[in-house]
Design a protein around this ligand. Structure first.
Ligand code: 5GP
Ligand code: ZN
Length: 110
């Protein structure tokens, strides 16, 4: 998957700052945030979308949900957040490497 932007981020090609890393997943800030908190959680292996991920690796799926929900609590002031999977072009998916968006209007003040 040499043309996949998220595979390149997993490989460290862009020097993207990681906010979290587990056995199966990494998390980093969205380059074009739609809310004050906008994180992406991505499986290290390439799956086309969340259906592909859930079908082929329950371990990676669970790992992604755990990392995303933990980071959501770390990065929000009130523990409220959206956990979003755009799946398919007509649903707004633009990067065809499975990922979750973690979104919140309430960042934790630093
Ligand atoms: P989708 O529309 O596929 O659900 O979400 C893809 C997301 O990836 C978009 O919100 C977009 O801003 C983000 N994105 C695309 N390329 C990069 C990148 O190179 N670095 C980061 N940090 N985010 C990216
Ligand atoms: Zn990929």
């Amino acid at each position: 998957m040499s043309e996949c932007v998220f595979c390149k981020i997993v490989a460290g090609d862009f020097g993207t700052e990681l906010l979290g890393e587990t056995e199966h997943s990494i998390a980093f800030r969205d380059i074009n945030p739609e809310m004050p908190v906008h994180l992406l959680v991505v499986p290290k292996n390439h799956y086309r979308d969340i259906t592909d991920l859930a079908t082929h690796s329950e371990a990676a799926m669970l790992d992604l949900v755990k990392l995303g929900s933990q980071l959501a609590l770390e990065h929000t002031s009130d523990g409220s957040y959206k956990f979003l999977f755009n799946s398919g072009e007509n649903a707004g998916q633009t990067v065809f490497h499975a990922h979750a968006h973690v979104l919140s209007q309430m960042p934790k003040s630093v």
